[in-house]
Every structure is written in structure tokens, then in C-alpha cells.
Write a protein that binds this ligand. Structure first.
Ligand SMILES: NC(=O)c1ccc[n+]([C@@H]2O[C@H](COP(=O)([O-])OP(=O)(O)OC[C@H]3O[C@@H](n4cnc5c(N)ncnc54)[C@H](O)[C@@H]3O)[C@@H](O)[C@H]2O)c1
Length: 362
């Protein structure tokens, strides 16, 4: 039986990957120690999703409560399955830009050291496997804020004369800018993943995500913007807009579109440490103000908002991923969702639970 190892298996992207590969009858080994609850409190807990997966895929899913900082435990798992492992999807992380400054050592040891443990275990025990890493657009630091931007009624936009109409490409410098501690730990991991591809000639790839979203995210104030916004509007929870007049732009991709991109790479892997930007791109992006309007239209509720003019250090003003490189390498990949459809799905999936405020215990 071919084995897929998924770290962060109970999180948004990890659980989508578990669903996808368990449905395809792979044996899926999930690693997740619910550290999201430690980072963000009870609302961030992903235990409900772990239990759901274990119940749904009894035969194909095996959960391990391992902390990826525990090198010995990671090694033991890889040693057990060795060359039966055909794919590793690494999504476990401290995922918040803001949280990282609270405890930079924990952030770095999870994001950077944890990634190194997995890469090294793969090199030792399953060097033929494919290794996919969920990196982030924060590796570019605040360099995107140097682009010539123009202010429109509801959003910032790139100057129509600039080359990046289609979004920001992978060639943008990652150097000499402000990343946030989170950006720095993820960039360290991103470079390690590239290096294992280049130096050791392994099949590794980094996917630098825009906003990754979906109905099953345990969205919290510090992470999971679209999901958290929908929950606020549906539960009459006040929402604070932070900086840039609420006109900051993000591109948003659904978790199933992320997994179909991962699978395209798995089917036709490349060595050499490939890097791809992966977000909603031009087809799926939204500003904060536009997202608030859409959330109100979809829910029929009015959102109570306040405004804090102090933008977060290193926060992007306008970020849209250029998806051309990935689409050129994998022309059959198609996005199924845009941001409006994602928000509608979040509403439909969660309306009974959230509108009744049964949100804490899932
Ligand atoms: N969601 C986004 O908008 C976004 C954007 C860009 C990049 N990313 C990256 O994508 C990946 C997945 O994001 P997500 O939204 O699914 O995150 P998530 O928080 O929903 O899932 C991550 C899971 O990893 C687990 N985890 C954390 N630390 C761990 C550890 N030390 N050992 C084992 N498990 C641990 C958590 O409990 C959680 O269930 C992350 O690496 C994140 O940095 C996410």
C-alpha cells in the first residue's frame, strides 16, 4: 500500500489532503498534536476535525499525535514505513504573522526546525517520495508594498502600467525587507525545502500561499481572515479593520484547489526545488472593504466594525499571486472556486452551528 504522510492533518489544508488521498484509497498517516489550540485558544482547536477524519476513514486513516519538533518521533515514523511512503504534505505550522512575535523561539522551532526534521527523515528513509511544503507569500516580506499602487474606491490596485498586472511572480526578491518573525521562520523552511530539492536532488516543492480558505477552517482573530470574518458577521461579533483604510487586497484560494494543485505536482513531480506562488490570483481576490460588503450580502446581517489605523508591521497592502508558472508547468490544473463562492460555502456549511452560537464546542 502506498503511504501519504500529512502533517497538520487536522488543520484546514491538512484535513483536505487527508480527505483527498483517503478517498483515493491511499493509506494516510496524519500528524497533528492540536498545537493550534495552544496558539489561539479553544476556538482554534482542531480536535473536532481529527475525530471526524478518524471516524470517516477508519480503514485508511491513522492519526499520530506527534509534535514535529520531536525529531526522534518523526524519525521513528519514517523508519517504520520507509520506501512505502510516496508523498509527504507538510502543512503543520505556527501560521500567524502576529502570533510569532509572542514567542519567536516556539514559532521558529515549529516552522523551521520541524520542517528540517521532516526533510531529513525523508532523505534518510524515503528519498523517492515527493515532499510538498505549504509556504507563504510572507516570504517576500513587505517588498510588495514598494510596488506602485493606486487607490481606488474600495481597494488598492497595482499601477495599470506595471508588469505585475497578473500578480506577483516567484522572481520577486525575498531579501532585505521586513518579514515579521513568522515570515522569517517560514522563509527559513522554504529555503531548506528548496535546498533538499537542489542539493540532494529530491522531489521537493514550495507552494507560497496567498489566503488559503475553506469551510472547515478553525478561523480565529489572528489567522484565517475570510473564515473569521464570516463567523463574525454570522454571530454578531464586532470586527476590527486594521490599517490601509480597509482597502488592502488579498487573493483567496479554496483548500480543494490547493490540494488539486498538490496532486498535479505529485502526479508529475520535478526535482530541483521548485517554488510556486499559489493563491486565488486574478480570478479570486478581494479587499477588506469588499469582503465586508460581501459577507453582509451573503448573511443578510450587518457587521459592526471599528477601525485601527495602525497597520500591522510588514503587512501587505496589495498581494495577488501570479499563477502563470504553476499553470505553465501543469496546464490541466483549474481553479474551481472564487472568493465569493468560498464565502457562500462557509456560510452554508456553518450557518446552523454559528448562527445558534454553538461555536465553541464543535
Ligand atoms: N491559511 C492560510 O491562509 C495560509 C496562507 C499561507 C500559508 N499557509 C500555510 O499553510 C499551512 C496550513 O495552513 P492551515 O490554514 O491549514 O493551518 P491550520 O492551523 O489550520 O493547520 C495546521 C495544523 O498543524 C498543527 N500543528 C501545529 N504545530 C504543530 C506541531 N508542532 N506538530 C504537529 N502539528 C502541529 C495544528 O494543530 C493545526 O491543526 C501552514 O503551514 C501555513 O503557514 C496558510
Amino acid at each position: 500500500m502506498s503511504i501519504v504522510i500529512i502533517t497538520g492533518a487536522a488543520g484546514l489544508i491538512g484535513s483536505e489532503a487527508v480527505e483527498y488521498y483517503a478517498e483515493k484509497n491511499y493509506k494516510v498517516i496524519g500528524i497533528d498534536n492540536n498545537m493550534r489550540e495552544l496558539f489561539f485558544g479553544e476556538e482554534g482547536s482542531t480536535i473536532w476535525n481529527r475525530d471526524r477524519l478518524s471516524k470517516k476513514f477508519k480503514r485508511y486513516y491513522e492519526h499520530h499525535d506527534i509534535d514535529i519538533r520531536n525529531n526522534e518521533a518523526v524519525n521513528k515514523l519514517f523508519e517504520k514505513y520507509k520506501s512505502d511512503i510516496s508523498l509527504i504534505i507538510h502543512t503543520a505550522a505556527q501560521p500567524s504573522h502576529d502570533w510569532a512575535a509572542k514567542d519567536p523561539i516556539m514559532d521558529f522551532t515549529v516552522n523551521a526546525n520541524g520542517t528540517l526534521h521532516l526533510l531529513e527523515a525523508m532523505r534518510k528513509y524515503s528519498p523517492e517520495a515527493v515532499f510538498l511544503f505549504t509556504s507563504t507569500n510572507k516570504v517576500y516580506g513587505d517588498t510588495p508594498n514598494q510596488l506602485p499602487l493606486v487607490e481606488r474606491e474600495t481597494r488598492w490596485e497595482i499601477d495599470p502600467e506595471h508588469d505585475y498586472q497578473n500578480g506577483i511572480p516567484e522572481s520577486l526578491s525575498v531579501d532585505q525587507n521586513m518579514h515579521s518573525l513568522f515570515g522569517a521562520s517560514k522563509l527559513s523552511a522554504d529555503i531548506l525545502v528548496q535546498e533538499y530539492g537542489r542539493y540532494f536532488n529530491l522531489k521537493t516543492a514550495c507552494f507560497r500561499g496567498g489566503v488559503l480558505s475553506g469551510a472547515r477552517q478553525s478561523g480565529v482573530k489572528l489567522h484565517g481572515f475570510i473564515n473569521y470574518l464570516m463567523r463574525c458577521v454570522m454571530t454578531n461579533t464586532p470586527y476590527t479593520i486594521i490599517g490601509y483604510k480597509g482597502k488592502q487586497v488579498r487573493d483567496v484560494i479554496h483548500s480543494t484547489d490547493v490540494i488539486s494543485a498538490f496532486d498535479a505536482f505529485f502526479e508529475k513531480p520535478r526535482t530541483g526545488g521548485e517554488v510556486y506562488n499559489l493563491g486565488g490570483g486574478r480570478e479570486s481576490n478581494i479587499s477588506m472593504v469588499e469582503a465586508i460588503n460581501a459577507s453582509q450580502e451573503i448573511s443578510g446581517n450587518k457587521l459592526s466594525t471599528s477601525y485601527d489605523e495602525n497597520a500591522r508591521a510588514g503587512d501587505h497592502i496589495w498581494y495577488i499571486s501570479d499563477l502563470d508558472k504553476f499553470k505553465n508547468h501543469f496546464p490541466d490544473w483549474k481553479q474551481k472556486y472564487n472568493v465569493r463562492k468560498i464565502m457562500e460555502e462557509i456560510y452554508e456549511t456553518n450557518k446552523n452551528r454559528w448562527i445558534n452560537k454553538e461555536i465553541v464546542k464543535r
